[in-house]
Design a protein around this ligand. Structure first.
Ligand code: B12
Ligand code: SF4
Ligand code: SF4
Length: 344
């Protein structure tokens, strides 16, 4: 199975026996009670089910976890971090520069499921999930021996860092757990680089993130206007954020670049001109190959992010475009109000 997965282009592979994630469920519940999920109500739907694969797939006996590298450009050295976009531009997170990874991984996981059901143990049932499924992917990756959870809450492979997407398969097949599926002993130690570098203080304490303050949430998941209090912290990030991963010593020292990735071509540069989103976010979306990570929040959310970054990194002509948005009846009320506020 591992050979098959690697043949499809996956860089990481591990298997863990299915079980209830008791401690993780408790932490998830605490996290939800604190409201740290913000408006991501889907995360709060059924913590019991989310933390027990046997409630998602009846008779589930094994959890397969795969990882796909998405790092395409070398990381700048530590003294050059955190990066800032050049004037009139915004930074695009590294994960968003190709086709939508959900589609790519889901298609590959379907192949793996067919391979398990057809070849490895005929007649079994297998379900694949990427990101939005009712599965806690990082704890499973840890159990499958792929690495450890860092203080920024992402899964770090001790030799390869964290710039990998995860995919999870639940299966009724009884697979051999990975030989290294014991807690990986490497960890963060005394390091606090990610916590210190986070511009919004979203990593409120080691291993605990407040999504409502994370730029990834604010630029992609949050709906409607961005509260003014968050604007000064955007650090020119216009879509997602890589800061906590870029400063991490495991990535600085070891993260390999992806080679022959199933994610295919790079469609978006690391910095986009703010004017492109302020003036014609729809055209930008239409230039993407089918589903792209930018389709999820939609055109007005892209404009919103560009307005915020323009307040500290925009040119005079960007500010003129913001003024046009403030008067454009085709734009929603909340966006016009934000544009107005940005001009004051
Ligand atoms: C919701 C979500 C978000 C939210 C909240 C993030 C968060 N940290 O929870 C937001 C929108 C902010 C977000 C941002 C990003 N995300 Co996201 N996200 C998810 C999602 C869908 C669910 C995560 C979740 O359940 N959170 C709830 C918390 C409670 O669960 P948890 O963090 O897994 O918690 C466990 C650990 O932290 C651990 N733990 C907690 N306390 C302690 C204490 C100790 C001592 C220890 C050892 C462990 C520990 O136990 C917890 C469970 O109880 C997952 C996919 C999935 N289905 O799992 C992707 C996922 C985590 N995201 C991913 C990515 C790539 C990102 C971004 C990098 C994207 C970007 N560039 O902008 C950022 C990174 C921000 C960050 N520092 O986490 C990848 C991470 C891959 C990896 N190598 O880990 C995932 C796995 C998606 C995927 N399929 O690849 N994300
Ligand atoms: S992704 Fe950015 S904002 Fe979110 S925790 Fe990491 S450094 Fe902070
Ligand atoms: S930057 Fe340091 S503390 Fe943060 S995840 Fe990496 S090793 Fe851990």
């Amino acid at each position: 199975l591992e050979t098959y997965c690697r043949g499809l282009g996956f860089d990481w592979f591990g298997v863990a026996p299915a079980a209830e994630l008791t401690n993780e469920r408790q932490r998830l519940q605490e996290w939800l009670i604190d409201g740290r999920h913000g408006a991501m109500e889907w995360l709060a739907r059924d913590p019991q089910r989310r933390s027990d694969p046997r409630l998602v797939l009846e008779g589930c006996r094994s959890v397969v976890v795969v990882g796909l590298n998405y790092l395409r450009e070398p990381l700048p050295p530590l003294p050059q971090l955190p990066r800032r976009a050049k004037p009139g531009h915004g930074l695009i997170s590294r994960y968003a520069r190709t086709r939508d990874y959900h589609r790519v991984l889901e298609n590959l996981l379907r192949k793996v499921a067919r391979h398990i059901d057809g070849t490895i143990e005929p007649g079994v049932r297998t379900k694949g999930y990427v990101d939005y499924g009712p599965v806690m992917e990082r704890p499973w990756a840890q159990r499958a021996g792929l690495g450890f959870i860092g203080k920024h809450t992402l899964l770090i492979h001790p030799q390869q860092g964290s710039f990998h997407f995860l995919g999870v398969l639940l299966t009724t097949a009884k697979l051999t757990p990975s030989a290294n599926a014991v807690a990986v002993r490497r960890g963060c130690g005394d390091c606090t680089r990610c916590i210190d570098a986070c511009p919004t203080g979203a990593i409120t304490e080691p291993y605990r993130l407040d999504a409502r303050r994370c730029l990834s949430y604010l630029t992609i998941e949050a709906e409607g206007a961005t509260p003014r209090g968050h604007w000064p912290d955007f650090a020119t990030n216009i879509f997602g954020c890589d800061i906590c991963q870029e400063v991490c010593p495991y990535n600085q020292a070891r993260a390999p670049l992806a080679v022959d990735s199933p994610l295919g071509a790079t469609y978006v540069d690391g910095e986009v001109p703010l004017a492109e989103w302020l003036a014609s976010a729809e055209q930008f979306l239409a230039s993407m190959p089918g589903a792209s990570p930018f389709s999820r929040p939609g055109a007005d959310a892209l404009r919103r992010n560009a307005i915020v970054v323009a307040t500290e990194n925009g040119t005079d002509s960007d500010r003129e475009l913001v003024a046009e948005i403030s008067k454009d009846p085709a734009r929603p009320e909340w966006l016009r109000a934000m544009a107005e506020e940005a001009l004051n």
